[in-house]
Design a protein around this ligand. Sequence first.
Ligand SMILES: [Zn+2]
Ligand SMILES: [Zn+2]
Length: 246
Amino acid sequence: MKLQLQLETIPVWDGLKEDSECFLCSLMKKAEEDGIRYYLSSAVMTPEVRVEMNRYGFCPHHSALLAEGGKPQSLALAMDTYYDENKKVFTPHIENVLKAGNARKTMKAAEALFEAAHEREKGCLVCARMDERLLRYAYTIASLWNTDMDFRKALEDSKGFCLHHTEALIRTAEKALSGDDLAAFCKSMVTLLQKNLDRVQHDDWWMTQKYKSENKDKPWNGAEDAQKRAVYKLIGEGRVIDPVRK
Ligand SMILES: [Zn+2]
Ligand SMILES: [Zn+2]
């Protein structure tokens, strides 16, 4: 299915110029910060937002970021009504545990309580906002690659993307491109990935060599943080974990 989305040309070009290991990681970290800021802002005072927050809530990762976000008043308010909502869900299960007869029935009722808790934990509003942006950024990258040859060249000469976001990019490309264009984009991005995984591995290898005494005085060639880049080039940063699907 082809989508018509508004292009995010400026953030995507700015990201590309940043020359990082994956500018989708940088854009998504920014999207995450914006999402956390939004759910700690005065937006939580509006009834529609509160209804959504009480219904869906946040994944454990984003709940923790909200807790550490330095906005006690907004969060206290949101948590108070979230607890009320929890009570509606949990109370019948808690009563079942308390009135259960033997051990088997008690454990079964406890299991139902925690199943309800897991159900309650599903879906995250911050992840949902991040996911919308990831879709638009990835769509923009595929579209620009296809229409703007300066962009294509700059992208193909760049450090590329992490493995995690390469997948997101190629999955989204189907919404922007088709046929030969889609195949060419997919091959181009996989070539870019392969080349840059090799580059990062080479930096990582050079770090292992630098720890040998005979190489002590040789230059680092930019490999000072190679071990970390080797990790994040695979897993990415600012990952969408469990977006609410409405
Ligand atoms: Zn990434
Ligand atoms: Zn989340």
